[in-house]
Design a protein. Structure first.
Length: 328
């Protein structure tokens, strides 16, 4: 997985085996009830999922490490071979690489991760010779082509390095045929000093070490690493894992209440979805855990023991308001 991009059909077949095992257990002939979508299950726990590995995303994260190796060791022999074989420009470096048309199976997989990889890199300028003026994130973590899109569109050398650009500081009109001096002044003021002899420094922005980690890239590839507000309450606790998992499913309204069983067509023993405890309402998540008279008695008992000021009102507020309000 760290060398080749797995074909979609391979991932699909492996995921089918994993899904069947998850919902059916070792008895693969049994009928399963799939409580929640696989895409949700394979999200990270601190992003609202169950944390089961997403093979495709993990595969991409592993392949992304090739770019880091090429970026940090451009003069190693193996990097030179790859650069020559896949037509990577050694003027600006791998981050400005344009994939050739006839890609090998290996390179097709690696190049598919270049765009997100670029988003996770910033550069500190030393001699400016390996940093693209417009496309690398060296200006407060931003790309100049995002800051000055009109100037970028006017520039006749979109892949120019910062070092090359410094040669035009006294006559920038050679690169910008239609831009006025006023339009160029802000850009020229932000061009850094490139007099140092050292190479530019690359920093991985997703980890405080500044070096790529598969975990951080994997998280980024899943919706940019967006975290769920339920993270600390759902998984970081001292409950048995079965209980935590049940709470997570309840938070997603995916447990087998009579109401959910009805929706799935599995309610073969009851003619209605009326709550079997109070016989007063439909047994959905809100009723079973919050609104039912039996549940309220249990919450009242716990509230008394825990010295809470109120009873929980909804399942989401149970995690975000009621539990945090308890005295430590
Ligand atoms: Zn009830």
């Amino acid at each position: 997985m760290s060398i080749f991009k797995l074909p979609a059909w391979v991932i699909k077949d492996i995921d089918k085996i994993r899904r069947d095992f998850l919902w059916k257990g070792p008895n693969l002939g049994s009928k399963e009830v799939r409580l929640i979508a696989w895409s949700k299950i394979t999200r990270l726990r601190d992003m609202g999922g169950w944390g089961i590995l997403n093979l495709q995303t993990f595969n991409n994260a592993l392949l992304g490490k090739w770019w880091w190796k090429l970026t940090c060791n451009p003069n190693s022999n193996w990097a030179k071979i790859i650069n020559a074989n896949y037509s990577i420009s050694d003027t600006v470096g791998v981050l400005s690489h344009t994939p050739p048309r006839n890609k090998s199976f290996f390179w097709a997989g690696v190049t598919s991760t270049l765009s997100p990889f670029r988003s996770c890199i910033t550069k500190s300028i030393r001699n400016g010779s390996s940093t693209s003026l417009w496309s690398d994130r060296w200006h407060d973590g931003l790309r100049l082509k995002d800051c000055w899109p009109d100037l970028f569109n006017d520039c006749t050398a979109p892949w120019i390095t910062i070092r090359q650009f410094t040669q035009y500081l006294n006559n920038p009109e050679l690169l910008f045929p239609t831009s006025t001096p006023n339009m160029l002044s802000a850009l020229l003021e932000n061009i850094p000093d490139c007099s140092q002899t050292q190479d530019d420094v690359h920093t991985w922005t997703l980890d405080k070490s500044g070096t790529i980690t598969i975990k951080s890239f994997y998280k980024f590839l899943i919706d940019g690493g967006t975290r769920s507000s339920l993270y600390l309450l759902s998984w970081k606790n001292h409950c048995p894992s079965k209980i935590t998992l049940f709470c997570w499913l309840a938070g997603e309204d995916k447990i087998l209440t009579l109401s959910n069983l009805f929706k799935k067509g599995y309610n073969f023993q009851n003619s209605t979805d009326t709550c079997v405890l109070c016989h007063n309402a439909s047994e959905n998540l809100q009723h079973l855990f919050i609104d039912c008279e039996f549940s309220k008695r249990i919450w009242a008992l716990f509230s008394q023991i825990l010295e809470a000021n109120s009873l929980p009102q909804t399942i989401p507020s149970l995690w975000t308001i009621w539990i945090p309000s308890l005295a430590p």
